[in-house]
Each structure stands twice: as C-alpha cells, then as structure tokens.
Ligand binder design. Sequence first.
Ligand SMILES: Nc1ncnc2c1ncn2[C@@H]1O[C@H](COP(=O)(O)OP(=O)(O)OP(=O)(O)O)[C@@H](O)[C@H]1O
Ligand code: NI
Length: 308
Amino acid sequence: MSLLKVRDLSVTFDTLQGPFKAIEGIDLDVEEFDTLAIVGESGCGKSVLGHATMRLLDDIAVVKGSVIYRGREVYAMSREELLELRGKAISLVPQSPSASFNPVIRIGTQITELIEKAGVAHGREAEQRALTYLERVGFPDPRAIFNSYPHRMSGGMCERALIAMSTSTEPDLIIADEPTKGLDALSRKNILYMLQKMTTGSTLIMITHDFKAAAMCKRIAVMYSGEIVEIGPTRVVLEQPTHHYTRGLIDAQPSRGMKPIPGRHTIGSHTSEGCRFRDRCDRVRSECGRHPLLRKIEDYRMVRCHYA
Ligand SMILES: Nc1ncnc2c1ncn2[C@@H]1O[C@H](COP(=O)(O)OP(=O)(O)OP(=O)(O)O)[C@@H](O)[C@H]1O
Ligand code: NI
C-alpha cells in the first residue's frame, strides 16, 4: 500500500477575475521511505500541491479529486483526524521560515509547543526533545538557539531550526517547500546535508527550483502549468529527459549555462485544448493540439507528450 496516493487532484481558486485553476489532474503515488523532488517554474503549482495534500488550503480553494494517506481519504477526515495527520503523520516545512516561526517568541518555546500539541511529549521532556533536535541539526550550542528569537537569526540558521522543528515530532512524511531558497552556497549545502540526515527513515517530498537539491531524491516529478509532465527516477530523468520542458529546465540551470526557455509560462488559463507547453516547444506538431495524457514509457517512468 502506498503511503500517499493522489488521484486526479485539481485545485481552483475563486478569484475576483474568475476561477483560476492552479493544479489539475495530479496523480501521484509515494511509497514509504521514498524521496521525491517536485520541480518546475514559479507558479506551476508546486506549493499548492503540497498544501492540498495536507488539506491546508483556505476556503477560496475548490479541491477536487482524492488524497489518500495510509488508505484513508484526507478529504473525508474529521477535525480530530486532521489534527493528528498534520501534527504527527505529515509535516510541512513551509516555503518561508518567517511563515512558520513567530518572530517574537523564542525558538525553543515554539518547538516545545509543537511537540506538546502533537502529544509526543510534555513539559520537561518536550523541552529536552526540542534541545535534542536543535543539536541534531548541528547547532553547537542548542541551549543558546533554544533561547533565541527567530528575527535575530540568519536565513540559514532559521531554516535549520525549522528542520529541527519539523522533524521533532518524527513524522512519517515530510514535505519541504523550497528548503534552500535564498541561501548562499555554503548554507545551501549544509541545509541539504541536514535534511538528508534528518529525513533518513521517513518519506520526503521536496519542492525545489534547485536541481542539485533535487538530485538527492530518488525520484523527480516535473510540473508545468499545473500538471505533472514527467516523472521518474531522478538520475534517469536528469540524464535523459524526455519532455522538452524538462530538457529546457535542465539547460536553464546555472551549471548548464542558464539558457532560458523561450516564451512565457502561462498558468491558470487552460481554456484551450492541447499540450500546455506547445507554444514554447520546438518540436510542436499538429498532434499537440490534443491534450496529452501522462503515459508510461518505461518502468517507473511517465511523460505527458505525444512524441516522447
Ligand atoms: N490563495 C490563492 N489564491 C489565488 N491564487 C493562488 C492562491 N495560492 C496560489 N495561487 C496561485 O496558484 C498558482 C500556483 O501557485 P504555487 O504557489 O503553487 O506556485 P509554485 O509552483 O509553488 O511557485 P514558486 O516556485 O514561486 O513557489 C500561482 O499562479 C499562484 O498565484
Ligand atoms: Ni511555491
């Protein structure tokens, strides 16, 4: 049984300009101890997918489809079940540390509270656990960090504390949203090392722009304009991308000369039929006027292109 099973998931936001479809037709299976990177240009729906998985989107989001965690439908869970899911089973490391830490409450107090709320430990024991996790993420003086305020810490330190907090309840699944965003090269390397160490023994979904970060995951899913366009083992996908968008993204990486993908990433306006990437694709043919399905091309490998 998959740990997480997403079926035909779509999210539409009700906006002043009308309905805005952020993700559509997402199918995903994540096995226990799997590590999956989700990549794609800004606005393609990565964070929306992460939040929808935990039923964290607000009411203006219309969610269709299904998210099944350990055989249970997340969208049919009671309030209590949801609290348990978010407190203990799945942990989201949000895109900006400032969104998860209150700047004026000591780091230690916040981690301790989370541990207590999840029912993992209480009082002194919870505090001790917070200290242990701060130590595990490499703070040489965990007590000093425990007593610090988030607004006084650097981005890299905050991200590290966030990883300590998110793993302190020992969740089965960790969804890390852009853990290396805005960090310098050294902090980035540290955070990736830490994330890898701290998620050993759990399942990880890492949302990222950074292919170096993605490379630490066993599998990679590439999203374009609200859809998954390619998914497979990371090494194979990065070495032999089949979708032209994946190829474009790889060539746009700094290590590959930052060659930009021509054209603009259109999001949310999927009124027209056909492949969403066709305006930017250099092998477009008449067939591309038909919307391609995500289809299997090899074992464990799927792509949404008529010509792959
Ligand atoms: N609450 C909301 N209301 C309306 N639109 C939203 C809302 N949240 C997200 N969106 C839109 O949905 C689309 C997908 O957003 P999302 O944050 O998932 O992108 P992303 O792939 O995570 O991008 P980034 O890499 O910049 O974080 C964007 O166009 C965004 O503006
Ligand atoms: Ni995002």
